[in-house]
Design a binder for this molecule. Structure first.
Ligand code: DHE
Length: 527
């Protein structure tokens, strides 16, 4: 007879574990399964793999600013000023919690989008090789009074003749273009960025796509250098700034967005600063704003202090595109510049105040009293008496703040029909237009007299339909307004008497961009 072997601790523990595992399915099946929930409710906007789509990527490294215990509230109640809806009526608290746990779990494979992937994605079309400096436009319209209309309803772009107000052509764009397309200095070329990272170069004379490259997985926006040499792309995922050669979109450099202490950051937005020959990027997760020179000799821009900056920062890397870090006491989600590009005016979402950063001295010089959620990316300026004012809509409150740029004090707060998104004007019109973008009055548009700082007219172009985003013709005589619906339209107004002139059907025309106003950096529009 064989002696019975004593049970080892491991065998006993193993059996106990097996017994426990038998019970587990009961426990697990009681908790909602997050993956199918995510597929059903979130994937359409945030991507099946959480890498972003029309909404941002939802991976732990992109959620630093959202505390985990607040994430459930965002899913339940939605997010103001974004298209994030409230799910409280569709999902139980347990389902919401399961989704929170899911998005804070790292993916099985870390997404990679580096030089190899960027280079492999590039497509060069035959039209690039045949482009000549003396090419003429293939249409008889004024090439400087064209508008590009981004139609997100069916992901197309319309090229519109701004004199006749008639479409010249319409072409398919990449998925979910976001931010303004950026023109080269003559207006001949334009660069589009899509939320999923594609940059497209288009020839405005020959009406042809020239080249495309995927610069990121989840992209914020792009900027073009004033010398037409570079395109800089700011990404949410990966945490990079990507510099492309503007001629053919080949990769020039990838800059990792890090603070040197192991923290990386999404990019809020990047713009070009022509007088300084630099790009300026605001960061979402690091309290810094970066200036990146594209000048062959960056020293004059940095007052001869570049070397000191680099030593101070302990930056090993010198050479082209040096980064100057300007430390801030709050994040910058949104910003714009004064017309001289000396000051950057920005704010954090929910920061309750704006910050004015002087680019010459490289530090904050003033706070601005801005409650709610100012949308400074849509800020504009104009001369008012012997000073200049800036005005910004608010994504959370029905208010337009008007600020004296000499004192940085608020001089007027105009009550509007609800939170607004875009504000626009033109040097040759006495009016500034601001939309109401959310809430029951989202079909309203207010017209502000820049001389009196009063709302002088409120339009309701199509009752019940969201109206927003105005852009002016080259001479400021016409204002084009979007009806933001799939079966939407552009309504052309006489900018003086505010009467409707024409209606052009469009598929959710999210934004429109006049060549002349953009390349001359009109004070009434975004750049
Ligand atoms: Fe935008 C521009 C940020 C949501 C339509 N938006 C910009 C810019 C930034 C920005 C930083 C400037 C980039 C540029 O022009 O180069 N947008 C954000 C957000 O943080 C926010 C609130 C959340 C998000 O999902 O990113 C956001 N934006 C939206 C929308 O939901 C809008 C209304 C619809 C859409 O298509 O996504 C939208 N944003 C726009 C448009 C511009 C823009 C049309 C260009 C405005 C212009 O005239 O220059």
């Amino acid at each position: 007879m064989r002696a019975r072997r004593p049970r080892s601790f491991h065998a006993t523990a193993g059996r106990a574990l097996a017994a426990l595992l038998c019970l587990l399915p009961l426990t697990v099946s009681a908790a909602p399964d997050a993956a199918p929930l995510f597929r059903q409710h979130c994937a359409e906007c945030h991507g099946a793999d959480r890498l972003g789509g029309s909404g941002p990527a939802l991976l732990p490294e992109n959620l630093h600013r959202l505390r985990r215990n607040k994430a459930g509230g965002v899913i339940a109640n939605g997010l103001p000023a974004t298209r994030m809806p409230a799910f409280a009526n569709k999902l139980s608290p347990q389902q919401i919690q399961a989704l929170v746990d899911y998005i804070y779990t790292p993916p099985e494979q870390t997404p990679v989008w580096g030089a190899e992937q960027i280079r492999a994605s590039r497509v060069v079309y035959p039209a690039l090789a045949t482009a000549r400096p003396d090419d003429r436009p293939v249409y008889d319209a004024d090439p400087l009074n064209l508008f590009l209309v981004v139609e997100s309803g069916d992901h197309h772009v319309t090229v519109l003749d701004g004199d006749r107000m008639e479409p010249i052509t319409r072409f398919k764009s990449r998925f979910a273009l976001h931010g303004g397309p950026k023109y080269s200095s003559s207006g001949r070329y334009v660069y589009f960025a899509s939320r999923d990272g594609w940059i497209t170069k288009y020839d405005m004379y020959r009406l042809k796509v020239l080249a495309e490259v995927r610069a990121g997985i989840n992209t914020r926006n792009a900027a073009v250098s004033s010398d037409d040499r570079y395109v800089m792309v700011g990404n949410y995922l990966p945490h990079t700034l990507v510099i492309l050669d503007a001629r053919d979109l080949s990769l020039v450099k990838i800059i990792k967005v890090e603070d040197g202490l192991g923290h990386s950051s999404r990019v809020s937005a990047v713009y070009t600063v022509p007088p300084r020959k630099s790009f300026v990027a605001a960061l979402k997760d690091i309290r810094e704003v970066w200036e990146i020179s594209y000048a062959d000799d960056p020293e004059p821009v940095y007052n001869g202090l570049m070397h000191d900056y680099q030593l101070l920062e302990g930056l090993a890397e010198t050479g082209p595109f040096p980064v100057r870090r300007i430390r801030l006491d709050d994040y910058l989600d949104d910003f714009f510049f004064d017309p001289a590009y000396e000051h950057l005016i920005g704010a954090a979402r929910n920061g309750h105040k704006g910050q004015v950063i002087n680019l010459l001295v490289g530090r904050k010089i003033a706070d601005i009293d801005l409650p709610g959620m100012p949308h400074l990316g849509s800020g504009i300026t104009w001369k008012y008496g012997d000073t200049r004012v800036l005005a910004t809509p608010n994504l959370k409150e029905g208010v337009v703040s008007i600020i004296d740029m000499r004192t940085w004090k608020t001089i007027r707060r105009l009550k509007t029909g609800g939170p607004g998104f875009f504000m626009r004007s033109h040097e040759r019109t006495p009016y500034a237009w601001v939309d109401v973008f959310t809430g029951p009055n989202r079909d309203l548009v207010h017209v502000i007299d820049k001389r009196t700082l009063e709302i002088v007219r409120t339009l309701r172009p199509v009752p019940g339909k969201t109206s927003g985003h105005v852009e002016f013709s080259r001479d400021g005589s016409k204002a084009l307004l979007s009806i933001w619906e799939k079966d939407g339209a552009i309504i052309v107004y006489d900018a003086k008497n505010l009467k409707e002139i024409k209606r052009l059907p469009m598929s959710k025309p999210v934004g429109k961009y006049n060549v002349y106003n953009k390349i001359t950096r009109s004070e009434g529009t975004s750049h």
